[in-house]
Ligand binder design. Sequence first.
Ligand code: ATP
Ligand code: MG
Length: 221
Amino acid sequence: MDSIITAKDIRRSFIVGENTIEVLKGISLEIPRNAITVLRGRSGSGKTTLMNILGALDPPTSGQVFLDGEELTSASEARSSELRRTQLGFIFQSVALVGMMSASENVDFALRIAGVPAQERAERVHECLSLVGLGNKGAHMPQELSGGEQQRVAIARALAHRPKVIFADEPTAELDSLTGLQVVKIFQEMREHTTMVIATHDEAVAAAADQVYEIEDGVLK
Ligand SMILES: Nc1ncnc2c1ncn2[C@@H]1O[C@H](COP(=O)(O)OP(=O)(O)OP(=O)(O)O)[C@@H](O)[C@H]1O
Ligand SMILES: [Mg+2]
């Protein structure tokens, strides 16, 4: 298998008051390139914790993560942040659009921080909004869009800078089943050049996955 991410013996504990909670207890996995990988597990099983570690948003207590052979877990904060801006994309469960920016400006913002030159940006913004079916809604402010449309802008924003890997945390949780299926279709179209790691309870998303990992009691089942 051609893996883009390799995780070795990931452990993550949290100290809460006097107690140490061990959430991840030694997880090793491979994320196949240009494929959809789904992480499943009960609420509280550690899916978000694991995705944040794989996406260099949070360090593990121990263990290693490699992105295309480069160790993320020993990278400096500056390097991690550069990788997040340029090679990784994130879609969060609660849509995090900037309320004072239109749909187009939200997507453009991700391109600006990834360092994409101005002359390329307008076309790229339109291309990404069109891909999620919102080519005619670029001028809308977030509050002038439905929840599903906002989620699709967030997807357009996550893929605009052409990241190698997109991490999506429950991307369809707040969508009706039809809109959820549209989002799954977008993911399937993206799979040709993008690796996706998706934490989900949604059977329709899991059905579209190339690889499913199930977390239980801190380990993979
Ligand atoms: N910063 C933190 N401090 C203390 N405990 C934490 C912290 N982050 C997560 N946890 C604990 O780790 C466990 C796993 O949380 P996580 O958010 O990864 O679960 P999840 O599988 O994503 O759940 P859900 O399906 O509800 O989103 C939970 O029991 C949670 O309370
Ligand atoms: Mg979660």
